[in-house]
Design a protein around this ligand. Structure first.
Ligand code: 2P0
Length: 320
């Protein structure tokens, strides 16, 4: 059999990756830490032995840079297997505001290897997924994963490991608050390149992020929402500050983003634990716990969030 189907969850970084030391191999300047997000997932099947590479994503033929990136990943596995048909579906709308590339490239990496008859190997899958999209290397395993930046030029030591399973803290909640539906003008890939090349804060950002990974892990291990929340907020502010100081400046924040941030501070003053993180876009992801989820959701809706996607720690990528 030369066909396999894999499912992977996206992830949200609490200590973020923001800048490459090698653009071709996707090697980062800093280690990062993330939580895998269920119930969101992407399911991808790969079948080797077709007449040409064919790629369909959410029932549309892939084109442009998306197609190129999928084919580049197939090239890394292809060997004597020839061409492949790739069919991928996500269970979350683009409107969720979450990039599907992490889950997409993780599912593709796992399915392409399995269809080629290779055994499951989370390290090899993580190294492969990383070459599709950096953050995808953190979606091979569930729970809390750390992407170790590595130091080798060939990237063999730059992959993610699972540090805590999804069963460690099942009450943790991550609410994606959709406050703006505007397409972002600058993609993550270009935004992080500009920060590396032009931000005077870049070196400091890198140094800071490296030390934050073990602190974040200790907070998660202790299930200390306040400690992890404060780390996540500080790290997100610093990532965004790095890009705000780039030339030209890059601001992903919208007025509604700041409204959410100040509302969360107000909730905390009232004793409700709720903290934000923010990727390269305007929609915050709010960390809270199961006991406070409804209160936080009501506050976000009152602010005008058009949709809220409720997530909890998800499991490993699976082959079906
Ligand atoms: C992260 N982001 O750690 C950071 C935080 C966005 C902000 O990884 O160029 O799609 O494909 O490696 O992984 C988004 O960037 O970029 C990202 P590439 P990717 O999750």
């Amino acid at each position: 059999m030369k066909k396999a189907t894999a499912t992977a969850h996206p992830n949200i970084a609490l200590v973020k990756y923001w800048g490459k030391r090698d653009e071709a191999l996707i090697l980062p300047h800093q280690s990062s830490l993330s939580v895998t997000l269920a119930p969101l997932s992407v399911t991808t099947s790969v079948e080797w032995g077709t007449a040409a590479d064919e790629v369909s994503i959410n029932d549309e033929p892939a084109k442009g840079s998306e197609l190129k990136r999928v084919i580049a990943m197939l090239d890394l596995v292809r060997g004597g297997h020839g061409f492949a048909r790739v069919v991928s579906h996500g269970n979350f709308p683009k409107a969720a505001g979450l990039a599907s590339s992490a889950a997409g490239f993780a599912a593709l990496a796992v399915a392409a290897r399995a269809a080629a008859g290779l055994p499951r190997d989370v390290k090899a899958e993580s190294v492969l997924a990383r070459q599709g999209s950096g953050s995808a290397c953190r979606s091979i395993q569930g729970g809390v994963c750390v992407w170790h930046k590595g130091s080798r030029a060939d990237g063999a030591d730059s992959f993610a490991t699972q540090e805590l399973t999804e069963r460690h803290w099942p009450e943790l909640r991550l609410l994606v608050a959709m406050v703006s539906r505007e397409e972002k003008e600058v993609k993550s890939r270009d935004g992080m390149r500009s920060a590396v090349e032009t931000s005077p804060y870049y070196a400091e950002w890198t140094r800071d992020a490296e030390a934050e990974v073990p602190r974040a892990l200790a907070a998660l291990r202790a299930k200390d929402l306040r400690a992890i929340g404060e780390i996540a907020e500080k790290n997100a502010w610093r990532m965004h500050a790095t890009s705000l100081a780039a030339d030209p400046p890059l601001c992903y924040l919208k007025p509604q983003t700041l409204e959410v941030i100040s509302t969360l501070a107000g909730l905390r003053r009232d004793g409700v634990p709720a903290y934000f993180t923010l990727d390269a876009g305007p929609n915050p992801v709010v960390l809270t716990d199961a006991a406070h989820e409804a209160t936080v959701e009501a506050a976000l809706k009152k602010l005008g969030a058009s949709s809220i996607v409720r997530c909890h720690p998800g499991g490993d990528a699976t082959v079906s």
